[in-house]
Design a binder for this molecule. Structure first.
Ligand code: GLN
Length: 309
């Protein structure tokens, strides 16, 4: 894909970079702690095939929680919404993404939505296949098609770093297993989930994935359908209600664009009918969202009136 550096965008990046010092890189997954706090880059992918960028867009990031919306799309295609939403809800939470609290207080016990870790673990559990490797390969194939990049793979070091320290996610899994929401070996599920989160790509790839969601599941550049419009619609709705964790309400008011973030500092955004955005900025705010990425999106949304509301 032809992608041009854009001076205006570069000026916005320069401005937004100033807030990187107010955040921190995630270090609860040790391998993520080595990211450069000052990095910030953005790519925007348009339906006519052109693309603009600013910053170092070749730099790779791991998907982390952004993977949750993609695994959800794939599992919805495979199982249909009824089977998926029998096991995971549709409601936002005001809790942090890795909270265990509501699992116990909800009756019957069921994760509130697929964007919090508990719900995402149920979704990953639903990826069918004979082995962890086969299930991961299926997800990778899906992501490669969405991003139109056959070179996408996962970062083994980041996956292992999370696997070795994933005690909270393991606790969520044991709880979910006790309540019959998952019925597989927990080590296998954590193995698959941490590899899913460690899938590695760059801003250009993220922008192209965002474009597919923005265009209701069709890649306008190849003309191929990646998912039915009804599933793209479900995903975009979750991006609005739960995509930015427990900051989704404020994000909807200030920015108003369906988006999904990850603790690596990535944000994938889909401006309905218009374009896809990929951002990498590893300095995070207190809720785990890219602090400069949000500043940049807020600026773009206000300047170009991108809010869907
Ligand atoms: N792999 C991370 C975790 O489960 C993803 C979380 C995130 O990006 N918010 O903790």
């Amino acid at each position: 894909m032809f992608c041009r550096k854009n001076e205006e965008l570069q000026a916005f990046v320069y401005e937004a970079k100033k807030v990187t010092k107010d955040g921190n890189v995630a270090d609860y997954i040790p391998a993520l702690g080595r990211a450069n706090v000052e990095d910030l880059s953005i790519a925007i992918s348009y339906p006519d095939g052109h693309c603009v960028f600013a910053g170092d867009i070749i730099e790779k990031m791991t998907l982390q929680s952004i993977s949750k919306i993609i695994s959800l799309a794939m599992v919805l295609i495979e199982n249909g919404p009824d089977a998926v939403f029998e096991k995971v809800g549709m409601e936002p939470t005001g809790d942090p993404f890795n909270s265990i609290a509501r699992l116990e207080s909800m009756v019957p016990s069921k994760p509130l939505n697929p964007m919090i870790n508990a719900g995402a673990l149920v979704v990953t559990h639903l990826i069918s296949g004979e082995s962890v490797a086969a299930r991961l390969e299926k997800l990778l194939k899906f992501i490669r098609k969405m991003a139109n990049n056959s070179a996408i793979s996962f970062n083994e070091e980041v996956a292992k770093s999370e696997y070795d320290t994933a005690d909270l996610n393991r606790s969520l899994c044991y709880f979910l297993k006790q309540h019959h929401l998952i019925d597989e070996n927990i080590d296998d599920l954590i193995d698959l989930y941490t590899k899913q989160c460690a899938i590695e790509l760059n801003c250009l790839d993220l922008a192209r994935i965002g474009l597919v969601f923005a265009m209701n599941g069709v890649d306008p550049i190849t003309g191929e359908e990646r998912m039915p419009p009804s599933i793209a619609k479900i995903c975009k709705t979750f991006m609005v209600t739960c995509g930015m964790y427990n900051a989704s309400g404020e994000f909807a008011i200030k920015i108003g664009i369906p988006a999904k973030s990850g603790v690596s500092g990535g944000i994938m955004a889909a401006v309905p009918g218009k374009f896809g955005i990929g951002i990498y900025g590893p300095s995070l705010d207190k809720k785990g969202n890219s602090i400069a990425g949000i500043a940049l999106l807020e600026h773009l949304s206000k300047k170009y009136q991108l809010s869907m509301f």
